[in-house]
Design a protein around this ligand. Structure first.
Ligand SMILES: Nc1ncnc2c1ncn2[C@@H]1O[C@H](COP(=O)(O)OP(=O)(O)OP(=O)(O)O)[C@@H](O)[C@H]1O
Ligand SMILES: [Mg+2]
Length: 420
């Protein structure tokens, strides 16, 4: 082993043992979506009982339905969809369920076609549709060659002349054909979850939804997600009647957030798995008051909760402690503050808006002073909205109330620590 490899191995061992000192195998908090087929999802998924019940009530009927799940950034829309799908997979094995994040520049029918075809690896026609779009298929495509009279196996290296790589010309028709085939093998039907409508421009999505009315009313169940202030807000009013259920996801209450902390920690705990909220051991390595404070600071927002949790545990490990007291928590949160700002890589103007937001502790069209606008070199509050939204994405700000979507407050974290 080289000297650096040896040093790296030592550093790895030290980091591992620091986490283990906290009684954990690894840091369970993550920002990335949880894999639908891993058992992590069922271990950490928390709350949303009412919302799940409302969705599953619909699934009691054979009638196909359309569901729109909407909520703020990082509130848990994707995770909610994945949980619905994973329950369906367990309880409704005769239903085909599929998940896809809406790709840029694709219509809804083609998106649904891709999602369904990917779940039908045994269906040659489905695989050919994917292949023609240049999407990797589960197994090699067999093509009948009339000259040779036999079958030949196509590989990814075939020239464009042989197999043109194009979107289907009539995606809605292709989707319908595929769904008809899928229903033969899946008598309980097909459920298609299309995530992230709001990652596209609102105008584009509005058109997309308008064009897709027929598809959405077709042979499958649809679940879509979006953000309430962008296009979904529009959809809620303009496409009234298109959705059978419009389901808002809100911030979790404190008790549910505490339960979520227990679930994440117990998914990584080394010994004795305790999940009783009345037992202080359930939140170890957090001491109960630190655990409660951590839940308050996360404001019931699952993504913020995960971002902060990862930083707090990393800090506790770096400090070589074996429990998280209020003092350790605060050091972790300061480190997290610094990290959120660093990760956001703010531009000068964004930093100035953040500083103003922190100084005023609340910004809205009514609350902002003329000299504040002048100081930022703008004339109207609405010019600041894109910046405030960017701060929201970075978990440095949040929107105050549903009825005024343009009022913002700074995320209440302890002041960022200096580099230690
Ligand atoms: N009910 C829940 N229980 C446990 N963890 C959750 C829950 N909801 C969300 N999370 C976690 O919070 C993080 C953010 O959730 P998710 O990605 O689903 O949010 P989102 O609303 O889809 O975000 P975006 O607006 O960026 O698409 C993820 O790490 C996810 O695992
Ligand atoms: Mg999402």
């Amino acid at each position: 082993m080289s000297a650096t490899a040896w040093e790296n191995a030592k550093a790895w061992a030290k980091a591992t043992s620091s986490i283990q000192r906290l009684g954990l195998r690894e840091i369970p908090f993550t920002e990335s979506p949880i894999d639908l087929n891993s058992d992590t999802l069922s271990r950490v998924f928390t709350g949303r009982r009412d919302e799940l019940r409302r969705v599953f009530n619909l699934f009691q009927s054979r009638e196909r339905r359309r569901i729109l799940v909407y909520g703020r950034l990082g509130i848990g829309k994707s995770t909610f969809l994945l949980e619905v799908l994973s329950v369906l997979r367990r309880k409704r094995p005769k239903m085909l369920t599929t998940y896809i994040s809406l790709p840029a520049d694709l219509d809804l029918a083609t998106t649904a076609l891709i999602a369904v075809a990917q779940e039908m690896p045994e269906n040659d026609w489905a695989q050919r549709q994917l292949y023609q779009m240049g999407i990797p298929t589960a197994k090699p495509i067999k093509e009948r060659s009339s000259e040779a009279g036999g079958s030949m196996v196509l590989t990814g290296k075939i020239s464009e002349k042989d197999v043109p790589i194009t979107k289907p010309q009539y995606p809605a028709i292709s989707l319908d054909i595929l769904l008809e085939q899928a229903q033969k093998q899946h008598p309980d039907g097909v459920a298609i979850a299309i995530d992230d409508l709001d990652k596209q421009s609102p105008r584009y999505v509005r058109q997309l939804m308008h064009d897709a009315q027929g598809v959405l009313k077709g042979r499958a169940w649809f679940m879509l997600t979006g953000h309430p202030f962008g296009m979904t807000g529009d959809l809620l009013t303009s496409e009234r009647g298109l959705f059978d259920l419009q389901l808002p996801l809100e911030e979790m209450d404190q008790a549910t957030t505490y339960e979520m902390l227990i679930n994440y920690l117990s998914s990584a705990r080394l010994n004795h798995d305790c999940t009783d909220p009345d037992d202080p051991a359930a939140v170890l390595p957090f001491l109960p008051d630190a655990a409660r404070h951590f839940c308050e600071v996360s404001k019931g927002k699952p993504r913020l909760f995960n971002r902060l949790g990862a930083q707090v545990l990393a800090k506790a490990a770096a400090l070589q402690v074996d429990e998280i007291t209020l003092a350790v928590l605060n050091r972790g949160l300061s480190a997290a503050s610094r990290n959120l700002v660093q990760q956001a890589a703010l531009k000068v103007q964004e930093k100035r808006v953040l500083a103003l937001l922190q100084a005023r502790s609340h910004l809205s069209d009514e609350a902002i002073a003329l000299e504040d606008l002048e100081g930022l070199g703008v004339t109207t509050y609405s010019e600041l909205l894109p910046i405030l939204e960017r701060l929201e994405t970075a978990d440095l700000a949040y929107r105050l109330a549903e009825d005024d979507a343009t009022a913002f407050a700074p995320m209440p974290l302890p002041p960022a620590a200096e580099e230690e």
